[in-house]
Design a protein around this ligand. Structure first.
Ligand SMILES: *Cc1c(COP(=O)(O)O)cnc(C)c1O
Length: 329
């Protein structure tokens, strides 16, 4: 099966498994797992921050940031379609008493003027606006440097904290040929996923100042995220940071090539591509038929968002293109 549903479906390969098997471990709740500490330090250095914290998921990592930055009755400004608001079970509200202020997104981001308008005055009628949460990439779309700078300047003006949900930040960095640290220089905290395009089986890292990470570590323990010999998992993350960042360019190239084939078959308006994702805009019944046709050729797709990743090579791409060409009109 070729699986285009998500870049979370990747399997750890033999070299990554060997690194996991060989990992030096200790009790990380005692701060004694050298592999976890190395992963946290490596991620922090890559992103230009003081410290890092290994978390079991991106959902928890984003929640740790919000719990650290906000108290009960505070609010964070977030995109209506952003993962942190829409796909994380309302954790910040349920567990932290933190009110989301969701904003409609335009071309994958919240308009700066809309963010500015949503910042509440210092008045006891209102929740205290504390955080702006961005997402890079969003649906594969990278944020522009100019946009990030404008939001950072707004945060500066209003004394707000800037958090980046960087689940796929490395895709944005590779796409823009910039360092990941440059993309998040103005952010107070950043969450990255090791288990998306980077191909690790488990894990995220939250990075920020030493103070932010120390507080997040308390929250992680409280949420049940204190893990013991987690170096076995951290070793996969280290391997991913070492070997799987630059190769994201191949996913982006294959996504562009596949988008070309979709456009050739269905027209230019049928597909949009950004970094490792394709968004198809075929009529529902046509898409249903196409999905069944592809399944019959051993290609699994979910919603009309197709994602290229580590486990889709050039032969797989050719097979998908052949199946597309054979789709009956
Ligand atoms: C996957 C993802 C997360 C975190 O998800 P987990 O499945 O909890 O690791 C956060 N933000 C975005 C944009 C994501 O795609």
């Amino acid at each position: 099966m070729i699986d285009l549903r998500s870049d979370t479906v990747t399997q750890p390969g033999p070299a990554m498994r060997a690194a996991m098997a060989a990992a030096e471990v200790g009790d990380d709740v005692y701060g004694e797992d050298p592999t976890v500490r190395e992963l946290e330090a490596r991620a922090a250095a890559l992103l230009g921050k003081q410290a890092g914290l290994f978390a079991p998921s991106g959902t928890q990592s984003n929640l740790l940031a919000l719990l650290t930055h906000c108290g009960r009755g505070d609010e964070y400004i977030v995109g209506q379609q952003a993962h942190t608001y829409r796909f994380e079970g309302g954790g910040a509200a349920a567990l932290g008493g933190i009110q989301p202020q969701p904003l409609e997104m335009v071309d994958g981001c919240m308009p700066v003027a809309a963010i500015e308008q949503a910042v509440k005055p210092d008045d006891f009628h209102f929740a205290r606006t504390r955080v702006v949460c961005l997402e890079n990439t969003h649906g594969g779309r990278p944020l522009t440097a100019a946009y990030c700078e404008a939001v950072a300047a707004l945060c500066e003006r209003h004394g707000l904290i800037l958090h980046m949900d960087g689940a796929r930040l490395f895709n944005a960095a590779v796409d823009g040929a910039v360092t990941p640290a440059a993309l998040v220089a103005a952010c107070d905290s950043v969450s990255i996923c090791l288990s998306k395009g980077l191909g690790a089986p488990v894990g995220s890292v939250l990075v920020g100042s030493a103070d932010v990470i120390a507080q997040a570590r308390r929250w992680r323990k409280m949420l049940g995220g204190g893990m013991r010999q987690a170096g076995v998992l951290a070793a996969a993350g280290l391997y991913a940071l070492e070997h799987h960042i630059d190769r994201l360019a191949h996913d982006h190239q294959r996504a562009a090539a596949l988008a070309g084939s979709v456009a050739a078959r269905f027209g230019d308006d049928a597909v949009e591509v950004a970094t490792n994702m394709l968004h198809l805009t075929l009529p529902g019944d046509v898409y249903e038929r196409l999905a069944r046709h592809l399944a019959a050729h051993g290609i699994r797709v979910g919603r009309p968002r197709w994602v290229l990743h580590l486990d889709v090579g050039d032969d797989d791409l050719a097979a998908i293109q052949a199946a597309l060409a054979a789709f009956p009109a």
